[in-house]
Design a protein around this ligand. Sequence first.
Ligand SMILES: Nc1ncnc2c1ncn2[C@@H]1O[C@H](COP(=O)(O)OP(=O)(O)O)[C@@H](O)[C@H]1O
Ligand SMILES: [Mg+2]
Length: 470
Amino acid sequence: MNCPIGQDHDRNEASSLAADMVRQARKKRVSARMIKLARLRTAISVTNRAIIRSQSLAEVYRAVCRACVEQTEAKLAWIGVADAAGGRLVPVEIAGAAESYLADENVALSPVDAEAKEPVAAAYREQRAAFCNDLQRDGAAGKSWRERASANGLHALIALPLLRGGMPYGMFAAYGPERNFFDADSAEMLLDMADNISFAIDQFDRAEERRLAEEKLRHSAAEREQQAERLENLSRRLVAVQENERRGLARELHDRANPNLAAIKLILSSVESALPDEAQERVKPLLLDVQGLVDDTAAGIREICADLRPTLLDYTGLVPTLESYAEMFTKRTGVPVRLHVPPAWARLPQDVECMLFRVAQEALTNCAKHACARSVDIELLQSERRQALVIRDDGFGFEPQRLGRSGSTPGLGLISMRERAEFAGARFYLSSHALKGTEVRVEIDEPAAPRRDAVRCTAADALQTLPETL
Ligand SMILES: Nc1ncnc2c1ncn2[C@@H]1O[C@H](COP(=O)(O)OP(=O)(O)O)[C@@H](O)[C@H]1O
Ligand SMILES: [Mg+2]
């Protein structure tokens, strides 16, 4: 077909103009999409930042809803949490110009209110996402809430379930101001946001669990410390009560028996002088025997009293008491005791001296009972800030780690030595080897402060190895 040249030219120009317009429109669409994507990304990063920095879930909810409205131009965004009974979705955060939509008491949020068929409530009830780009034509929706949505300028909706520990917890909903407001990109962003909110809910739960566990731990640590302190006080008191009882028993024994024994001796000598001469001859040996028995009993009582409460300890201190006790021990057992005391040995607080004496007393008793020792050495050591008492025998020794095992009956002596030492703020060490003798050592740092962690110990605790040197 022949066309006039002028017409051809006009047609060409028109079609290139149209192509230009199409290009321009496409360019515009592409750049609009780029801008939209950038804003969606901003919304997501605002949400993520809020999750990391927020101190409470309420802060997270606020940041998410605001970011959703500000960056996507949604008309309304809200988060609803199911109430305890699970009957209603209670809005905990609302952002946007259509807040009044939710302020209306009649908005049918109740999942059980099936009549109203509000899409968010329905989606929560069925635990699914709700996606609707034209609310006015949503056949499933009830009439009443649709009118209210239209009156509030809400035309499109995406609502997504929120989970807590994997269980239904609430909904996150965003509304568009026009039909077809949401596309695949914004749907994906909202999905990300909902995931992030669920993640934040779990994070806050975990932080709360950790806080509670730490609090419980702190509480039980404090309780344990209090118990240890109570136990320590109780044990300290037991030691004091025991010492008092011994002192009382020694006093009673001394006050009651001694005068009687003295009186018996007087009466015996009166009887002897009152007897006629011929009777005296026959009875005298008997009377002498009785007097001997009385002397022996008095000496025995003195020894028992000294054992129970060495008065020397009060008057002259540890060293003379140890000397006298060692002498008595040798007399009783035939085992020589050598006492080594540094020339500048200074007296210690009374309860510490008493503890050291009781340790030495029990260690010597053990030598007599178990060691078959040829000799015993008692050593007092003193360095600038430390004192020590060592009792060493050259007897049979024993294997401390075997105590309490079958065939061996542990006594209380080792345990109470260790307890007494620790309650007085000292350290107790025991070392023994079969056929190589036994060594008991107590060390005190100056000033001797009672150890707070000292609690009643078991036989195994008493079996510590000996330190290198003082
Ligand atoms: N010096 C020692 N020599 C040998 N064995 C000892 C000595 N001291 C303690 N033992 C052993 O340790 C055990 C526990 O001692 P101890 O606690 O004082 O109780 P007990 O003297 O009442 O038996 C003793 O029965 C004994 O077997
Ligand atoms: Mg013993």
